[in-house]
Design a protein around this ligand. Structure first.
Ligand code: FE2
Ligand code: FE2
Length: 268
């Protein structure tokens, strides 16, 4: 008989999340430096908050489509809680500087693309997107001179990095228990290949955010580059493949099976 507390990943990830938690009530709103707030910065923060709203829909899908994984779906409660704080804290900062949004904004922001059929593909997509989000927040934190926003986005960068690590932990377990590890590794590699080879094909809120906001990020001198090398290496570690930034991912894919098709899941 299995022992859900000893065997599950949730207990450890829950404890890690509790230790790392930042408190909304600790943020020093009175220290906002309004001289450092520009319309372009407000537009960008509003767009970031908007793209963070998709968690609600994604959580519903995780709870439905991965309902048989009691361990993972418990952890999703932590993810959902933390991810809901992200748009909330950004909207609170915006309100402090005079920008408000309505309920329609909240509802529209929740729309998101369906998950792909492959469970490992979904997990790997989320590892990558959390790493991209973490890097984007780190870059914004380095560029903004508004101290409270800088503090907020440093918190969010740390949350996203921890989320990437947690999705990685579940992806690793999925592969260890897989009844068809070769098919799973192929699906994971497909996600990595499509993300970097043909980025616009991957429908994920993080990608859609970058596509919509390239100009404003340039205006604010924010580095739009994603940590491609680190992501490729990490997915290589996950799959026990020696992947580096120079690896020909298409050749790797040919080695493990048929090429990706646009009909699958989040690729359009
Ligand atoms: Fe987030
Ligand atoms: Fe996250």
């Amino acid at each position: 008989m299995s022992d859900v507390i000893a065997d599950g990943l949730y207990s450890r990830l829950f404890d890690e999340a509790e230790r790392a938690r930042w408190e909304m009530a600790d943020l020093p709103w009175h220290r906002i430096d309004r001289e450092r707030v520009t319309p372009a910065l407000c537009s960008l923060v509003r767009e970031i908050a908007y793209s963070e709203l998709t968690t609600t829909t994604a959580t519903r899908r995780f709870l439905t489509e991965l309902a048989d994984d009691t361990d993972f779906t418990q952890w999703i409660s932590v993810w959902f809680y933390e991810e809901t704080k992200h748009p909330q804290v950004l909207l609170r900062w915006l309100r402090q500087v005079g920008v408000t949004v309505d309920d329609q904004f909240m509802l529209r922001g929740r729309a998101t693309a369906p998950f792909m059929k492959s469970r490992i593909g979904t997990l790997v997509t989320n590892i990558i997107s959390e790493m991209v989000a973490s890097s984007a927040y780190t870059n914004l934190g380095a560029r903004t001179s508004e101290p409270v926003l800088a503090m907020i986005v440093r918190n969010l960068a740390a949350d996203e990095a921890r989320h990437a690590a947690s999705f990685y932990t579940y992806a690793r377990r999925h592969l260890e228990r897989s009844s068809d590890p070769d098919a799973d590794r192929r699906d994971a590699l497909k996600v990595l290949y499509v993300w970097f080879a043909d980025n616009e094909q991957v429908r994920h809120p993080v990608n859609e955010f970058y596509a919509r906001n390239a100009a404003i990020m340039t205006e604010l001198d924010i580095d739009p580059r994603v940590p491609r090398d680190r992501i490729i290496q990490l997915i290589g570690t996950l799959l026990d493949l020696p992947l580096t930034a120079d690896t020909d991912l298409l050749a790797q894919l040919r080695d493990v099976g048929p090429l990706p098709t646009r009909a699958e899941g989040q690729t359009r």
